[in-house]
Design a protein around this ligand. Structure first.
Ligand code: BV8
Ligand code: ZN
Length: 252
């Protein structure tokens, strides 16, 4: 069904001076990483919005750390999928290509993407809450206590002795001003914006399609279902990202 709209998208991407891709949790769905609002997104019956907040962490840091450990274990076992790999290749095959992601799973980097803006941080980093500013990489194998004894594991602490938190932007927290400014500038300056695997509910990331459309870009939604921005986009490729993106790349 989406093959009809593909011709328009191919023509516009071929003619584009700059293409931007904005991704959400849906691009990692086919790698087996649960999305936030789809099936499997719950953990111990909590939703992301219950746990991804400074209040939840202040109230129960162990519960929030257990959630992140659970997610890191699932992501560690996941592999980048064909959609991630196409976007990594677009960095060298499409002029002026820029990737902006809301995801924190690091799968774009594992697929080879280097030029990306991570609007909401990264689950493989932890940062100090005591003000010393230290940010540590927790991606090496074994950095997490095995889940079975995570309950007894010490909470991650900084070299300065302060409690560490995930280096992630929670609900109610501001994004890094540089990141969101660069993302808005990219959306404003592109000829085609590919909006991939996002429910377009969370701001300010959800504002990017409107910024691009107002600047005259073709906004393309690649998603398995309708979202609030579906009526506003110029083309809809209604299918899974790991199928649609390779089909798009093959036609370029
Ligand atoms: C902020 C990190 C200033 C956590 C996340 C207006 C303006 C500004 C702010 C607000 C505003 N209105 C409300 C707010 C507050 C809030 C917000 O937007 N709330 C929403 C819920 C209404 N925004 C914030 O708090 C932001 N901060 O603006 O600071 C400020 C400060 C104080 C007060 C006000 C303003 C911070 C937002 C960042 C929160 N952190 N993540 C973590 O990961 O642990 S957000 C979280 O949800 C994810 O990171 C993700 O980015 C985001 C959106 O989720 P999606 O990625 O879209 O995933 P989802 O599951 O929802 O959808 C998946 C999609 O994929 C679906 O459409 C599905 O159909 C599709 N799909 C599934 N399979 C496939 C597929 N598509 C393609 N192929 C497939 N195979
Ligand atoms: Zn510290």
């Amino acid at each position: 069904m989406w093959q009809n709209a593909l011709t328009l998208v191919v023509d516009r991407v071929r003619a584009a001076r700059s293409v931007v891709a904005a991704t959400g949790a849906g691009i990692s769905a086919e790698s087996g990483v649960p999305t936030f609002r789809g099936a499997g997104g719950l953990w111990r019956n909590f939703s992301a919005s219950d746990l991804a907040t400074p209040d939840a962490f202040a109230r129960d840091p162990r519960l929030v750390w257990d959630w992140y450990r659970w997610r890191r274990e699932r992501i560690r076992r996941a592999q980048p999928n064909a959609g991630h790999l196409v976007l990594a290749r677009f960095e060298t095959t499409l002029p002026g290509f820029q990737l902006v992601t809301q995801n924190v799973d690091g799968l774009h980097q594992r697929a080879g993407s280097r030029r990306l803006i991570e609007l909401h941080g990264n689950i493989w980093r932890a940062r100090c809450t005591a003000g010393c500013g230290l940010v540590t990489d927790v991606s090496r194998e074994g950095a997490d206590a095995p889940l079975e004894d995570a309950a007894g594991a010490e909470l991650p602490t900084c070299e300065c002795g302060g409690l560490q938190r995930p280096d992630i932007v929670w609900f109610g927290e501001s994004l890094d001003p540089g990141d969101i400014d660069r993302a808005i500038a990219a959306a404003r300056g592109c000829d085609v914006l590919l909006v991939i695997g996002t429910s377009a509910l969370v701001y300010p990331a959800a504002a990017l399609p409107l910024v691009a459309r107002r600047a005259g870009a073709l906004v393309v939604e690649i998603n398995v279902e309708d979202t609030p921005i579906t009526p506003q986009v110029g083309a809809v490729l209604r299918g899974p990202a790991a199928e649609v993106l390779p089909a798009l790349e093959a036609r370029l």
